[in-house]
Design a protein around this ligand. Sequence first.
Ligand SMILES: Cc1cc2nc3c(=O)[nH]c(=O)nc-3n(C[C@H](O)[C@H](O)[C@H](O)COP(=O)(O)OP(=O)(O)OC[C@H]3O[C@@H](n4cnc5c(N)ncnc54)[C@H](O)[C@@H]3O)c2cc1C
Length: 476
Amino acid sequence: MKSANIVIIGAGAAGIAAATRLLESGFENVLLLEAENRYGGRVNTIPFADNVVDLGAQWCHGEKGNAIYELVKDLDMLQRPVITFNDYKSVRSNKEVLSEATTNALKSVVSNLIPSPEKDLKDFEGSLGTFYTEAFWRDLQHSAGIDKNVAREFFENYKKMQSSADGADNLFEVSAKGQLEYQECEGDQELNWKDKGFRSFLRLLMKANKDNAEDLGLLNKRIQYNSRVQNIDWKNSNGGARIRLWNGELIEADHIICTVSLGVLKEMHQQMFTPALPSAKCRAIDGLKLGTVDKFLMEFSEPFKPTDWPCFNMLWREEDLAELRNSDHFWLESVIGFHRVACQPNLLEAWIIGPHARHMETLLESEVLKALLWLLNKFFTFEVPEPVNFLRTHWYTNPNFRGSYSFRSMYTEELRTGSWDLATPLIDEKDGKPLLQFAGEATHPHLYSTVHGAVESGWREAQHLIDYYQDKTSQT
Ligand SMILES: Cc1cc2nc3c(=O)[nH]c(=O)nc-3n(C[C@H](O)[C@H](O)[C@H](O)COP(=O)(O)OP(=O)(O)OC[C@H]3O[C@@H](n4cnc5c(N)ncnc54)[C@H](O)[C@@H]3O)c2cc1C
């Protein structure tokens, strides 16, 4: 254990979890290679407005069975949700705010779309989009007096909300029965990290000094930044592995834990691995999917009015949508709505999904802001003030991510693949030595798409190495 040379590719949640677990278990040669100039990966907390914002993961989703919640529950790091996402208002593109009665009736229809996931989804062969569409129009018949156009607008927006939760471009690519693989942890789904952001959890894992941002605790001097891995020769003749970085630097390893995102694997795996990965793993990389979810953050000089609205969603009337689609602002169709942010009184956050998010990422920040102001003014009766600060994310165009988080698609079903194929370590057949292991959110069988899933996957692969060396020790 002391001499084993372990290289972890990626210093996101999975990489940090694997490295800290290994170091705490007696391994001494652990190095993290990170392509970015920071740790955290899709956890990216930065200073903004009154304190910090999270450009990636923002909430701890659930309590029971959530490894993150279990670790921090007594440490006063998390706050119960202050924004109730189900309290959203619905505003139409003619500036009409849907009445409480209509919104509640429609919310009640959509909240009952899957009365029993086990029973309703298990044998459903189609996509979640198909399932929802059939169920929505069937159930709407029992809600008298709702205008069909309004119902359609509401449902279009609802599908986008659900797509963003799944991390899919649209619900017609999400497998309905694939939903059963995901296990939601019981409890509050939007626990927030107060004014410290999600990074505070990663720093806890590292045992980093709270008052010194430079200190990385267990990982001091163990993360090599700006080190983009280009090739991994994982089965070379002397029984080890050789890693080549983008700048030509070569690094030797006895074991490699690769935690790069599914998006990076999709784009890179053919060049990245020598020899090529086995076909089952290539099938998993191909079949599992991830879409794009991006955020906009707008800081105003005072709380955005109406101040008693925690969130509002944008419903496009058919004629306004047709006009929008013919304009340069066509991509605004996929902005779902806006919401407030805990501990940030002057902030509005919005999410955008799919191909339109990817298009948005190619535009200048000033163009994006101008379009968003146009959008807000289109939906509100008053003149919307200019924000004092603005930013948006680039989870797709950044080559170190190429998307946001993974889900089970119709193509995953078609290929009969899953996280098990992605997670399977590649082992030296002669002596069972793990050569190349895979961790990261997409490798988790039930908690994919989350930080707690990524953390558990890192621990899983660390445990694999711990078990291997303990077995070896007990044999000698
Ligand atoms: C917008 C958004 C919102 C989200 N919201 C939530 C939320 O509220 N709650 C939640 O639980 N989850 C959320 N998630 C998902 C969560 O962020 C991820 O599931 C989790 O952080 C993934 O961690 P990971 O370690 O698997 O991967 P990553 O964080 O992607 O880590 C992989 C690391 O590998 C590095 N890398 C990539 N290629 C190379 C290379 N060639 N060489 C070296 N290094 C490389 C990357 O830079 C990265 O640091 C959100 C994600 C996004 C994008």
